[in-house]
Design a protein around this ligand. Sequence first.
Ligand code: ARG
Length: 257
Amino acid sequence: MKKKIISVVLASLLTVAALAGCGNSTAAPAETASTGETLVVGTNAAFPPFEYVGDDGQPDGFDMALIKAIGAKIGMEVQIQDMEFDSLVSSIGSKIDVAIAGMTVTEERQKTVDFSESYYEAVQAVVVPKGSAIAAADDLKNLNIGVQLGTTGEFIADEIEGANVSAYNKAIDAVNDLINGRVDCVIVDKNPAEVFGAQYSDKVDVLPGTSFDFEPEFYAIALPKGNTDLANKINAAIQELKADGTYDSLVKQYIEE
Ligand code: ARG
């Protein structure tokens, strides 16, 4: 009996010690969003050619290569976190330090995050079934429109008169529903639209945003609000990568290939 009590006491002491150790290690920095040597970068790897899951199961693409090159310039190790696009902005400062995800600078997003200087000019495109009669802005009225949740494509679709908008976690799921006839068109950024269009070239056409008077959009890295030190470092790195030819070679490798 006595022996048992002692072992129970010992066990609970050990538990307390273990918990104390545990508490210490979670309190240590570098576990979550860090300000040290690791830059935790959020993305949504379902947006080729900017980000996609590569053959090795790791996020790859233009943005991934760009942020790694930036990390090397500023002396920080880049750690990628793949997540829903719609969660990226609200996760900055908690789960992630910054986000690179073909993200367009918008006034709404600027209320909660800052942006680096822009690294790419884009525009929305319209994916339609092959041979569709859709050709201009007026043709989009009263249609079933597929978009990726929380994207500028969704914001544009929401403004179209009579549109019935379906928002998907991944743009490719919207394209699949277009092929299945569940939506009439998909509004998505031009470069991914072209990748999906090439993948299903027998089933869909990709119409340029200019036919629909879509405005140009500017991709930038989303940053914690007010962290000018990090913003300055990242902007300087982007400048250097443009000046030394790295940026152009990444465009050639990933976007114009
Ligand atoms: N450019 C659009 C936006 O900022 C779409 C970006 C989607 N990116 C992604 N990785 N899924 O809203």
